[in-house]
Design a protein around this ligand. Structure first.
Ligand code: PHE
Length: 495
């Protein structure tokens, strides 16, 4: 059967960029930049982008496109014992999308509540997020039952995701032509609003002020590396799946550079918006910029809503902001689902895509229910921490070893050069064989000792165990697959 194709190369790029550009660009990146010395963070960030991000993105695009398969079958083709690498990638991706959709559900609730003459969080943004939206319990030990508004918002998000992926890349191709450009346009609107606010420049100054002493700490390098992984959607099998729908002759190197550069440009741009708004808020309320910055949920759902409520036309800009987040998130979310669907459809072509998509979305929704309980944020925090600190990085190491040493980096590089206008030099082999796996191994070791020293976030042991469980399951399955796997082709020959 002939493999499906993207309708054009532009649509493929839209899908890849749509996956890369997500919630990570608007809260994680600006916050990290600020935390690790402003302008100085950009140095390790850009080094990590070109030494690690681009080579790995070229790798993922190249194996998907050359082998014309989703992650599991692609790695199985490399060596029959390596299926588990693809499996681990898909598993990590599935876990991420389960909670990523929950974050989108919060965005949806904020979006809906923006349509009020006065924003309901104007008085007390923190209380609004934690008590009204999440209705959070005192600690993770108290589950507090299901929070139905989050539950139904999550259901709505999954309906949106389902209808984005239900016809496979045919529907994905259509939706990304809206969801990729839309948030960029919205960001430009927000940028113009933000930069013209009083105090905007104070915020921007904090964002970009270089502090070169930060460069000497190892932490900043680790932060830069994991941000690159997350932001380029590497090690989830997404980019492999997406590229597998390309013609085998498409210029993979150019595609990788385009995706990586546009993604980082959007991050930088989003940073201006975020810090201009924070600078404004600091000026209005008299808090210092330092005190106003927060990462993760704090920035998107407390600091920003607060700042929005102070602006003229508050409901309008608030609706625009949450619509931006939703449209940024949706194509990242459905790229994860599509990676899972691709491997299933590859393996069992007789099941229609609609059905596969339906089962995958339903399962992900059901698994997400735990995050809709009143203790949901705690669980989300733990799972996110473990999967991004370990899951991705481990898959990244395996990918490099499998391609660098077993498939042979040079063989893939020859393919890349045979289809690309720009010549990828021998440096790429060294990056894949030595630099990236060594850097990542170091990262995992350091991170491991940090975890051992103290429970992440001060959570109890049983909760931390959930985090380790999520990391361990795919590894165990990957090793089991490697052990029991038989070389079917050889068997056929023997028969
Ligand atoms: N790249 C997305 C972001 O920056 C996050 C993401 C990670 C999406 C993994 C899909 C897979 O938000």
């Amino acid at each position: 059967m002939k493999r499906l194709r993207w309708t054009s190369r532009t649509i493929f790029l839209f899908a890849a960029i749509g996956s890369a550009v997500g919630l990570g660009n608007i809260w994680r990146f600006p916050y990290l930049t600020y935390k690790y010395g402003g302008g100085a963070f950009l140095i390790p960030y850009l080094i990590a982008l070109f030494v690690l991000g681009v080579p790995l993105l070229i790798l993922e695009f190249a194996i998907g496109q050359k082998l014309q398969k989703g992650a599991i079958d692609a790695f199985k083709t490399v060596h029959h014992r390596l299926r588990g690498i693809g499996f681990s990638a898909i598993f990590a991706g599935f876990v991420v999308v389960v909670y990523y959709a929950v974050v989108m559900a919060w965005c949806l609730l904020f979006f809906i509540n923006s349509f009020k003459a006065e924003l309901p969080w104007a008085e007390d943004a923190k209380g609004y997020f934690f008590n009204t939206v999440l209705q959070i319990t005192d600690n993770i030990g108290i589950i507090g039952g299901i929070n139905w508004q989050v539950f139904f918002a999550l259901l709505a998000v999954w309906v949106m995701i389902y209808f984005s992926v239900w016809r496979g890349i045919k529907s994905v191709g259509k939706i990304v032509s809206i969801t990729m450009p839309l948030p960029i346009i919205l960001l430009v609107i927000l940028f113009i609003r933000a930069i013209t606010l009083d105090g905007a420049l104070t915020g921007v100054y904090y964002y970009l002020k270089p502090d070169f002493s930060a460069l000497l700490s190892s932490e900043i390098w680790l932060a830069a590396i994991s941000q690159i992984f997350f932001t380029l959607s590497l090690a989830f099998g997404i980019m492999v799946a997406y590229a597998s729908y390309n013609e085998e002759t498409q210029d993979v190197a150019a595609d990788a550079y385009t995706t990586a550069i546009i993604n980082s440009a959007i991050s930088l741009f989003a940073g201006f918006v975020v810090f201009a708004v924070i600078g404004y808020m600091a000026t209005e309320t008299g808090v210092s910029v330092e005190d106003a910055v927060a990462s993760g949920p704090g920035l998107a759902f407390v600091v920003f809503p607060k700042a929005l409520s102070l602006m003229p036309w508050a409901p309008f800009f608030s609706a625009i902001f949450f619509l931006t987040l939703l449209s940024l998130g949706i194509d990242s979310a459905f790229s994860l689902v599509e990676a899972v669907n691709t491997v299933i459809v590859d393996r069992s072509a007789h099941i229609p895509v609609e059905k596969v998509a339906f089962y995958v979305c339903t399962l992900a929704f059901v698994m997400g229910i735990i995050f809709t309980t009143r203790a949901g944020l705690y669980f989300l925090d733990i799972v996110d921490h473990f999967i991004t600190s370990f899951g991705l990085v481990l898959v990244g190491i395996f990918e490099c070893i499998a391609i660098g040493w077993i498939y042979k980096a040079d063989k893939l590089r020859k393919y890349i050069n045979s289809v690309s206008g720009h010549n990828t030099g021998k440096w790429w082999n060294y990056a894949i064989k030595y630099i990236i796996p060594l850097a990542l191994t170091l990262l995992v070791i350091i991170q491991f000792f940090t975890e051992i020293k103290a429970n992440y976030g001060g959570y109890p042991d049983w909760a931390i165990a959930i985090g380790w469980f999520v990391v361990a399951v795919p590894l165990v399955i990957a090793f089991a697959l490697a052990l029991i796997s038989k070389n079917q082709e050889k068997e056929l020959i023997n028969k």
